[in-house]
Design a protein around this ligand. Structure first.
Ligand code: HSE
Length: 299
């Protein structure tokens, strides 16, 4: 028996929601298979698209997530083989490690007759994130597993909420082909925030959630603001502010850095605006001499 799953890319943070809000994309996504094998233990028999990733289960996010899964199942020696086809580049800011971690545990859960809830699967996949970035953040793995928009109300204890999505909300993502390691992008952050910035940020988070539930695109547009993390990380992304400004001028609602970058996401009402945003991203990046890819998804 073999289970094959599509493991979607994800946008973490979604501007104001650092480490707590995330959303799932239609593309790009990885393809993963998990199958039972007779010999004990986890093996990763092939990794397509990213040969530099380790096939050692203890050093691969999918392996680590599966170890947590099997441990909780009480069968740490069960024989499972994994294959990974990566379409999401590591270090892209579109949840590459999360897709592998999430895909592995979702596939294993299906293979074994769904012994675990989605919340448990998120917990296992978070172990992959701990390996990849040094922190077991859930704002990529939760949307990868639960779909749509998700909110982490609390990490301890873990309290996950799947949020509603407006009818016609689209997201355009540009992935400049430079690598930003999440661990590096976290290291440059300040550990203290000013109270005035915190006030603005939680005002925006509340408004973002309200906008999703009321289909209020104007409020959503105003809420897509990050005064804490984006100002520090913007230097990692070529032409970040120009890109954001031009996309908004062309009709996008707003956006920000996707996860820890270098990808940038912009939200739009309707497919037409999302495609226009893609065209503007193309115009800004084409002359810069940096390779890039652009993806349009309905949320
Ligand atoms: N919330 C995490 C961060 C996501 O921004 O560091 C990493 O993809």
């Amino acid at each position: 028996d073999c289970i094959k799953v599509f493991a979607p890319g994800t946008v973490a943070n979604v501007a104001c929601g650092f480490d707590v809000i995330g959303l799932a994309l239609d593309a790009p996504g990885d393809e993963m298979t998990v199958r039972r094998k007779d010999t004990p233990g986890i093996t990763i028999s092939s990794i397509e698209g990213a040969p530099f990733l380790s096939k050692e289960p203890g050093k691969n996010v999918a392996g680590v997530a599966l170890q947590a899964f099997l441990q909780e199942l009480g069968q740490p020696d069960m024989g499972l083989d994994v294959t990974i086809k990566k379409n999401i580049q590591p270090g892209s800011g579109i949840g590459s490690s999360a897709a592998s971690s999430a895909g592995a545990v979702v596939a294993a859960n299906l293979l074994l007759g769904k012994p675990f809830t989605q919340e448990k699967l998120v917990r296992f996949a978070m172990e992959g994130e701990r390996l990849a970035s040094g922190t077991a953040h859930a704002d990529n793995v939760a949307p990868a597993i639960m779909g749509g928009f998700t909110l982490v109300r609390s990490y301890q204890p873990l309290d996950l909420i799947r949020l509603q999505t407006p009818d016609d909300l689209w997201v355009t993502v540009i992935h400049p082909q430079i690598e930003v390691k999440t661990s590096d992008a976290r290291e440059i952050l300040k550990q203290q925030v000013q109270l005035k910035d915190a006030i603005r940020q939680w005002g925006n988070v509340g408004a973002l959630v309200a906008a999703l539930y009321t289909n209020d695109y104007g409020l959503l547009s105003r809420a897509l603001e990050d005064v804490i993390v984006e100002p520090v990380r913007a230097i990692l992304i070529p032409a970040f502010y120009e890109l954001k400004l031009k996309c908004k001028e062309a009709g996008a609602l707003g956006g920000g850095i996707s996860g820890s970058g270098p990808s940038v996401f912009m939200m739009s009402r309707g497919e037409e605006n999302a495609r226009k945003t893609a065209a503007v991203m193309d115009q800004v990046y084409a002359p810069m001499g940096v390779d890039y890819k652009i993806y349009v998804s309905r949320i």
